[in-house]
Design a protein around this ligand. Structure first.
Ligand code: IPM
Ligand code: MG
Length: 370
């Protein structure tokens, strides 16, 4: 608990840290089409994580077997990102695990448990910050309803960057939201580049700039500055509240193509969008930075499935979709297309009640189809 003067001191330190972060923002991008050797790290996580990631790793190894043999791809298993180890070490990502992760170019990550309360930060939030994974990219597609959306969620700033560093004062608590010029420019540019390279002509900039005037105001202003470089793309501003309604509005929602938005709004609206597609378990998610990228299932570690002894019935769909996104990111387009086709065409299903195939049976079938 702070008094006002101590709180001001703490706030000053936070501002200085943020200025240092801006000064260290990396802008040199890895070009995977030219990189002689790409290292893929597989991090298994907790609960159903090891079950689904080991199947996804098996599929990746099969798809990339020739390259692994030639030495142009290395696939590394990284242990230790378990809730037991994280709690024992008191670190959201233990130092040795983080060091291993940083020897890779891209990471395929299983779900990790975040304890309620306490002080242990989410491993996801830590990884996004440590690897500067500023773009959270989440596709949602429902072809039969004319929906083909791509969400670009800012992933390192906003409400998250100081989310566990708020201040407690007598009778009140204060949290902070941080939006930087560089941080906004890079996420907005990533969204416009995606639109341009994929023939998209509509961009929605989603904020609450009528209320969060400084931070979201900056986000909107910068988005429009960058939009001027992409005259072929129509840009519309929406507030997050009405956009959550619009996603449910048939006749309107079909026109949306690419969305770009600050962190917390993106967190919320991508769950809504994934639910429309069939549930959060049906979506893969990419966390992309200039140097590193991490691909993950967007669901949790399902501890109750493990308690019930039903872990082998965990559905690997979301992590497999993430693996396909990983392959595209490292420019292995043929392998990505093969995997996506196999996922779409696979006749087996996996159900958490155990009434269909197991995760391993599903992966076996998929491997036959590759
Ligand atoms: C997500 C999740 C995370 C987030 C949690 C696990 C920290 O909800 O990836 O959307 O809030 O970003
Ligand atoms: Mg979320």
């Amino acid at each position: 608990m702070y008094d006002v003067n101590t709180a001001c001191e703490a706030f000053k330190k936070l501002l200085e840290e943020q200025q240092a972060r801006i000064a260290n923002m990396n802008t040199e991008k890895t070009d995977f089409s030219k990189k002689a050797c790409v290292t893929i790290g597989v991090v298994d996580g907790d609960g159903i994580g090891p079950i689904i990631t080991s199947e996804a790793a098996r599929v990746l190894k099969k798809l990339l077997a020739d390259e692994v043999e030639k030495g142009t791809i290395v696939i590394k298993q990284i242990q230790g990102l378990t809730i037991e180890n994280r709690l024992a070490q008191g670190k959201p990502i233990p130092d040795d695990v983080l060091a291993e992760i940083k020897t890779c170019d891209v990471i395929l990550k299983g779900p990790t448990t975040t304890p309620h309360g306490g002080t242990l930060e989410s491993a996801n939030v830590t990884m996004r910050r440590e690897l500067d994974l500023y773009a959270n990219v989440r596709p949602v597609s429902i072809p039969e309803q004319g929906i083909d959306w791509m969400f670009y969620r800012e992933n390192t700033e906003g409400e998250y960057v100081l989310g566990s560093r708020g201040l407690d004062l007598p009778g009140m608590a204060v949290d902070f939201k941080v939006t930087t010029d560089l941080g906004t420019r890079r996420i907005v540019r990533a969204a416009f580049e995606y639109a341009k390279n994929n023939g998209k002509t509509h961009m929605s900039v989603v904020t609450k700039a009528n209320i969060m005037k400084k931070t979201d105001g900056k986000f909107t202003t910068i988005a429009h500055e960058i939009a001027a470089e992409y005259p072929e793309i129509t840009v519309e501003d929406y507030y997050i509240d009405i956009m959550t309604a619009n996603l449910l509005k048939e006749g309107l929602r079909e026109k949306f193509q690419v969305f770009v938005m600050p962190n917390l709004y993106g967190d919320i609206i991508t769950d809504e969008a994934a639910q429309l597609q069939g549930g959060v378990g049906t979506a893969g998610s990419a966390n992309i930075g200039d140097r590193y990228a991490m691909f993950e299932a967007i669901h949790g570690s399902a501890p109750r499935m493990i308690e019930r002894g039903m872990g082998q019935y965990a559905n690997p769909d979301s992590i497999l979709k993430a693996a396909a996104m990983l392959l595209r990111h490292i420019c292995r387009f043929d392998a990505a297309a093969k995997l996506e086709k196999a996922i779409n065409d696979c006749p087996l299903t996996v159900k958490s009640d155990g009434s269909a195939a197991t995760c391993a049976q599903y992966a076996d079938k998929l491997m036959e189809m590759l």
